[in-house]
Design a protein around this ligand. Structure first.
Ligand code: ZN
Length: 477
């Protein structure tokens, strides 16, 4: 049995949708497991507390029985649960559900060993707890059920399980935060040089407190390395040119980007781990694929909102984008702000990385090979409706040539030849930069264009931009 099979089993208990005896009993067993480490129990210990839960949360029946806990104790599916008598003989699920009989035979049971083993994983435990609550109880009573089972008012059921688990494992809460901080610092150091990208191989080399902790684990897209309980990183797989990147369409009504859950089960441990990062406001790392095995890291990011109904979360690229579910719908201004943040923090760095890579980290005009001095210039400005952040709308230019291009002192013809403004050409100053860096380039072909045809400058965009240049030259005469 694996986690998915366990959750499916829990969500399809026979007869439970009409009479939640079994879910209530299971929740009680889970609580017992969390507090004592075992689900082994005698019927005599179950009758009173489970009977009370059933009385409070199952639909009323004409005959009130003090031994109603006997029903789930006997009937609970044997794939999950085993029951034996005092002589260790198995008790069948078709035995009469009588508290007296069960006590006489010293009936005792426990969740099967594979089930207990799965529940030792706190992600699976929490997923199981949540599955039982959401599958069999309406949202307005689920919280009361959780509180009744727990015996203490600790608010939301999820927070409750987490508290139990943390105290049980005596986990160091700050560990989650310290590891994240260290990973983000390490990435920052790693990407200080170069075009901002990291390789898959590098990402497996991160170490924390003398242990290797891989920061990604493809093809898994939501990654929670072993010592952590909340997701550490999310991954967007590389999209070859010409295909639409997955994030392009993923903007929500609030302007924030959406990231899809793994599969279609919100209770899967990967998705639960993602939700945990949201609930604890923990930072994550987003790795966006820019080539095969090469990623642009964005960190820190946060989960802004969890949307289990739509099997997705919203991504916050700044901490102030984290929202509460209760908050009202975002205004147009907030939407616009969100888009602007996306452009600055995601699209522009992506654009720069991809353009620089396509041009072999050299200036298209002069060939200068220092990426520290290179920009990704837009051919059509990003304020223009066609000014998309795609490589064919970009040029890798050194700082000088980028500024000259934007100022209209340097034009690029659609046939990829360079023109220098007549005023600069007429200037007889003999400093080396105006001479070699500008005047002598007039009439030359671009020094560098990408090898791949699809990455080369879009002729339509170049033509429009060249017309602008010509108009500016004409106006300055
Ligand atoms: Zn240059």
């Amino acid at each position: 049995m694996d986690e998915n099979q366990l959750l499916t089993r829990l969500r399809s208990l026979r007869r439970a949708p009409n009479a939640p005896h079994k879910p209530l009993f299971l929740l009680w067993l889970l609580h017992r497991f969390a507090t004592s480490g075992s689900t082994s129990v005698h019927y005599a210990d179950v009758e009173e507390p489970v009977g009370r839960l059933i009385e409070r949360h199952a639909p009323p029946t004409p005959h009130v029985r003090p031994d109603r806990a006997a029903v789930p104790f006997v009937q609970l599916e044997r794939e999950l649960w085993e029951v034996r008598d005092g002589a260790q003989r198995p008790i069948d699920p078709d035995m009469r559900e009588s508290g007296r009989l069960l006590r006489e035979r010293d009936a005792h049971g426990r969740l099967r060993e594979p089930v207990e083993r799965l529940l030792k994983d706190s992600g699976t435990f929490e997923a199981a707890w949540h599955a039982l609550l959401t599958e069999y109880f309406p949202p307005e009573t689920a919280k009361a059920v959780a509180t009744d089972v727990a015996g203490r008012d600790l608010g939301a059921s999820l927070r409750y399980t987490r508290t139990v688990h943390l105290s049980r494992h005596e986990r160091d809460e700050s560990f989650e935060e310290r590891l994240r901080e260290a990973a983000i610092d390490w990435l920052r150091e790693l990407t200080r040089q170069g075009d901002g990208t990291v390789t898959l191989r590098q990402l497996t080399e991160f170490r924390f407190e003398d242990k290797r902790v891989p920061l990604v684990n493809p093809p898994k897209e939501i990654w929670t390395p072993a010592p952590l309980e909340a997701a550490l990183s999310i991954l967007t797989t590389y999209t070859p040119p010409g295909e639409k990147p997955p994030y392009a369409d993923a903007e929500g009504p609030d302007g924030l980007l959406r990231y899809k859950y793994e599969g279609d089960n919100p209770q899967l441990s990967t998705n639960v781990a993602l939700r945990r990062a949201y609930e604890r406001r923990l930072p994550l790392i987003w790795f966006v694929g820019v080539d095969r095995g090469i990623y642009l890291p964005r960190a820190p990011i946060w989960i802004a909102v969890d949307e289990p109904d739509q099997l997705q979360v919203a991504i916050a690229l700044t901490e102030d984008q984290i929202r509460d579910k209760s908050e009202k719908a975002p205004t147009e201004i907030e939407r616009r702000y969100a888009r602007q943040v996306t452009r600055q923090r995601l699209h522009q760095p992506m654009f720069r990385t991809q353009v620089l890579r396509a041009y072999g980290e050299r200036c298209a005009v002069c060939g200068l090979p220092y990426q520290e001095l290179l920009d990704a210039a837009h051919i059509r400005p990003d304020s223009h409706p066609d000014g998309h952040p795609v490589v064919s709308n970009g040029l890798a230019l050194c700082r000088l040539h980028h500024a000259a291009f934007d100022a209209g002192l340097l034009g690029i013809r659609p046939d990829l030849h360079i023109e220098i403004h007549p005023r600069v050409r007429a200037d007889k100053g003999d400093d080396p930069v105006s001479r070699h860096g500008l005047r002598e380039l007039h009439g030359r072909r671009l020094a560098h264009v990408p090898g791949a045809r699809r990455d080369r400058p879009d002729p339509t965009a170049l033509e429009a931009r060249y017309r602008d240049y010509q108009e500016r030259v004409a106006r300055s005469r």
